[in-house]
Design a protein around this ligand. Structure first.
Ligand code: 2M8
Length: 270
């Protein structure tokens, strides 16, 4: 089993970014050597901080599938990426942050709309919009591949998407922001890349992939796994993720995550 998981609103509660209810389950998974792979909009710095806090050692996917980081000491994943950087092998699917910034400016000009990205917002503004602390905002602003921006209300989602694609990028929608990402990036592609590089400890083991997410930007990841699980938001599951017959966790945030992971693992390992 491999567990691929979104962070905000999924493993982490949407409002306080905590994951207390999931801690015992994460321990259990570690003991069973079941990899837990973060697949998130967050930056490498944000994920590295969380990995330290949670004592996670597995690979991770940042900035909406722009890059896959495989620790150089990984035993469960084959090291075959081309770039080596600070203790990881790095598989790059997206673009650079400078390209994403230029892309957002080009889309804004095309639409005749002001589009405000993380690079345009002060640390204080991002803090107010997200509820992150000063230190956390700095890590969220340390972007390498993508630009989160305020979803414009005067432009339809379709118009935005068309303009973004005309400029050679993609747009995905997270919990609070839209994200401009490179044309080769995506949570689904990054998940499939890692699955191809999984080295099963037991040759005869049939790999089963589980994915958990709560936002439209998790769709591609959920489509790429064997067992997709939708974590509902505080009010209801996101409408874009419904009607597909996917399992919906019994509660929002980390409590729903924990309940769903325990029941799926019990079922798969029975
Ligand atoms: C952004 O990501 C979330 C994920 O769904 C969003 O779009 O609302 C990212 O910029 C991330 O780096 C940041 O930590 C998060 C904070 O809410 O917002």
């Amino acid at each position: 089993i491999i567990i691929f998981t979104d962070l905000d609103g999924t493993l982490l509660n949407q409002d306080d970014y905590r994951c207390d209810a999931a801690l015992p389950v994460l321990k259990e998974l570690q003991a069973k050597q079941i990899p837990v792979i973060p697949v998130t909009s967050k930056t490498r710095q944000e994920v590295e901080t969380l990995r330290q806090e949670l004592n996670l050692g597995d690979p991770f996917i940042v900035e909406n599938g722009s890059a896959v980081f495989v620790p150089l000491d990984s035993k469960q994943f084959v090291l075959s990426a081309k770039i080596e950087r600070e203790g990881y092998q790095l598989e790059l699917l997206g673009c650079t942050y400078a390209q994403a910034r230029q892309g957002l400016a080009a889309v804004a000009t095309m639409l005749g709309e002001r589009l405000r990205g993380f690079g345009d917002l002060s640390e204080q503004e991002i803090g107010q919009l997200t509820g992150l602390s000063e230190q956390e905002v700095k890590r969220a602003k340390a972007r390498e591949f993508t630009e989160p921006f305020l979803t414009p209300d005067r432009v339809s989602q379709q118009q935005l998407q068309q303009a973004v694609e005309a400029k050679g990028f993609q747009v995905v929608v997270g919990d609070r922001f839209s994200h401009l990402i490179g044309s080769g990036a995506g949570k689904g592609k990054a998940v499939r890349w890692l699955v191809r590089h999984y080295r099963s400890p037991k040759a005869e083991e049939k790999l089963i992939t589980v994915g958990l997410g709560n936002s439209p930007n998790d769709l591609a990841m959920l489509e790429a796994v064997d067992v997709p699980i939708v974590v509902p938001s505080a009010k209801a599951p996101h409408p874009g993720l419904m009607g597909r017959g996917w399992q919906v966790a019994s509660a929002p945030g980390c409590q729903g995550w924990a309940n769903a992971v325990v029941s799926v693992c019990d079922r798969l390992l029975a």
